[in-house]
Ligand binder design. Structure first.
Ligand code: N01
Length: 536
């Protein structure tokens, strides 16, 4: 029986107002449920609220990285560039919130601290840092897989006297680096996007590189009215192909293995995918992720292209990755990254040769004794990915067990959405789902629709709770592991396996079987009456 507290419990509390949270509110409200979204930031947008660093843009084309749930919305919004900038994506998300009158159910500037299950009432209590306690039947976590900034544990980091800026916690007012000596630590996607922009402004830029990364030019451009008209006319087909695809955008790999085609044909295909731009280069041939030999053909093509951009062969050598197959860390998408190292005002410091020893008030000291004088320091050091933001909330399920205890040896889910011992709690776009390997907007829609359908099914059958069985979770963990082991993806020390966070168990977190395959699996579970779940 429900404990009386005077206030009716909500149907759902959604944590986070990024793409997943915004669509959760839209869809669950449309289904007639009472819903509230709690968001820590002062505005909606999730990563696109926080990531305001120079050069920040998406590496999925704007036409694809947008909601598909409303045809009018699709037709009326005009994307300006092939790859949208952070301000444009944020403006789009704010537009969606306004257009569908969502703001009234979003509480901003409020951080969820605890989410605790009551086995007697089958209700969750969500507590916030403003002292509020909200009881709810369902909890939907839309926390984002890349939202918990990783601050490196470098001695003296906080002694630095100038601005210390993490790319994922960038100030709202533009930062002016003119006339300054700026350091950037980190050469992942965020570093690779911001470095060319900072180099244009700063007097001197010092790039501290521990591991070089594969990056492919975005080939970004302004969209013309004709481009937009053609995209809009073809939206239905584009979305259909995206939903069937490996990564949630409408591109199909070449039908043959990279090793089956002639040298000329292989070059032609790689050139075509190079021109498509960015991360898509890892998808030219179907066996790029399963055969090292095939992967090496892509690598060779990449190396030739990139060497040609860098004037100094010694610098080129430092910028070419050697420790992981191409694509097994997310390929970065750049606009003039490698060319930036031809500039007089840019220095590359190889941390493999001379690691950072400490940071002091005025700069970075490396092991060779060099003091790199800096006025500002940018940390492009990434995220405690996939589980980091979930771990920050005290989530307590059945029997008083916390989610951190449940996931101590690695995240365990059924279908990448549900967790044993945590009934009626759904973790969107997290471990066990394609997550960061797919277009996050369509992925969010897929997950939210599945959750909304499951809730509707419970309500239609007079049921109160849905929870996966031990066998189903074990089976899904095994399925994800087998798929990962069949792929080259596990070979890299990437954030996909938690390698960037000291002490993390090494588990490949995303489902690598492809977005379309994954969508079919979870939809079939729903269509078959939810096998693998206990519904009470
Ligand atoms: O973070 P990262 P990111 N000392 O973890 C280095 C998405 N994203 O924010 O590789 C020195 O990739 C670290 O070095 P190493 C996208 O999915 C998308 O760049 O660990 N260096 C690495 O070079 C992406 O994959 C977009 O040796 C240290 C860097 O910091 C994901 O977010 C844009 C260090 C971190 O790279 C994360 O990207 C931005 C230390 N102590 C982000 N600690 C687009 O859509 C860390 N590093 C284009």
């Amino acid at each position: 029986m429900e404990k009386s507290s005077g206030v009716e419990p909500l149907d759902a509390v959604v944590v986070g107002a990024g793409f997943a949270g915004i669509y959760s509110l839209y869809r669950l409200r449309k289904d007639g449920l009472s819903v509230r979204v709690i968001e820590a930031a002062d505005g909606v947008g999730g990563v696109w609220y926080w990531n305001r660093y120079p050069g920040a843009r998406c590496d999925v084309e704007s036409v694809d990285y947008s909601f598909s749930f409303d045809e009018d919305l699709q037709q009326e919004w005009d994307w300006q560039e092939k790859y949208a900038t952070q301000p444009e994506i944020l403006a789009y998300m704010e537009h969606v919130v306004e257009r569908f009158d969502l703001a009234k159910d979003i509480t901003l500037s409020t951080r969820v601290t605890d989410i605790v299950f009551d086995e007697e009432t089958l209700l969750w209590t969500v507590s916030t840092d403003t002292g509020e306690q909200i009881r709810t039947r369902f909890v939907v976590l839309g926390l984002g897989p890349l939202s918990n900034a990783n601050l490196p544990n470098i001695p003296g980091l906080h002694d630095f006297a100038g601005p210390l800026l993490h790319t994922g916690q960038w100030p709202h007012e533009p930062v002016d680096f003119s006339g300054q000596k700026v350091g950037v630590i980190g050469t992942g996607s965020s570093g690779i996007q911001s470095i060319p922009e900072i180099a244009k402004q700063a007097e001197k830029l010092t790039v501290f590189q521990r591991t070089p990364n594969f990056s492919v030019p975005a080939g970004n451009r302004l969209l013309s009215d004709e481009d937009r008209a053609a995209q809009k006319a073809n939206y239905a087909e584009r979305r259909r192909l995206s939903r069937l695809s490996g990564g949630g955008s409408p591109h199909e790999t070449h039908p043959k293995s990279a090793l089956e085609v002639s040298d000329d044909e292989r070059r032609e295909v790689y050139e075509e995918w190079w021109q498509k731009g960015g991360v898509l280069f890892s998808k030219a041939f179907p066996d790029q992720f399963t055969s090292l030999e095939a992967n090496n053909t892509a690598r060779d093509f990449w190396v030739e292209k990139v060497r040609a951009k860098i004037d100094d062969p010694k610098i080129a050598e430092l910028l070419i990755p050697t420790n992981h197959p191409i694509g097994t860390k997310r390929i970065c998408t750049d606009s003039g990254y490698f060319e930036t190292f031809n500039r007089e005002n840019v220095e590359l410091v190889n941390l493999r040769e001379s690691p950072i020893e400490r940071i002091d008030e005025t700069g970075v000291v490396t092991a060779d004794g060099t003091h790199h004088d800096l006025d500002a320091l940018v940390l492009a050091t990434g995220y405690d990915a996939m589980t980091g933001s979930v771990a920050k909330i005290n989530i307590v399920g059945r029997g008083g067990k916390t989610l951190n205890e449940e996931w101590a040896a690695g995240a365990r889910t059924y279908l990448g959405l549900t967790i044993e011992g945590f009934p009626n709690l759904f973790n969107l776009t997290g471990p066990g789902s394609p997550s960061v390997l797919a277009n996050m907007v369509l992925h969010s829609e897929l997950h939210v629709d599945w959750v909304a359908d499951a809730i509707a099914e419970l309500d239609a059958t007079g049921s109160a709770a849905i929870e996966p069985t031990t066998e189903a979770v074990d089976g899904w963990v095994e399925e994800c592991r087998n798929r990962a082991e069949g792929s080259l993806m596990i070979k890299a020390d990437s954030w996909y396996v938690g390698a960037n966070i000291p002490g993390r168990p090494r588990v490949f977190m995303p489902f690598v079987g492809g977005f379309g395959v994954y969508g079919d699996i979870i939809k079939k579970v729903a269509a078959d009456g939810y096998p693998g779940f206990e519904i009470t």
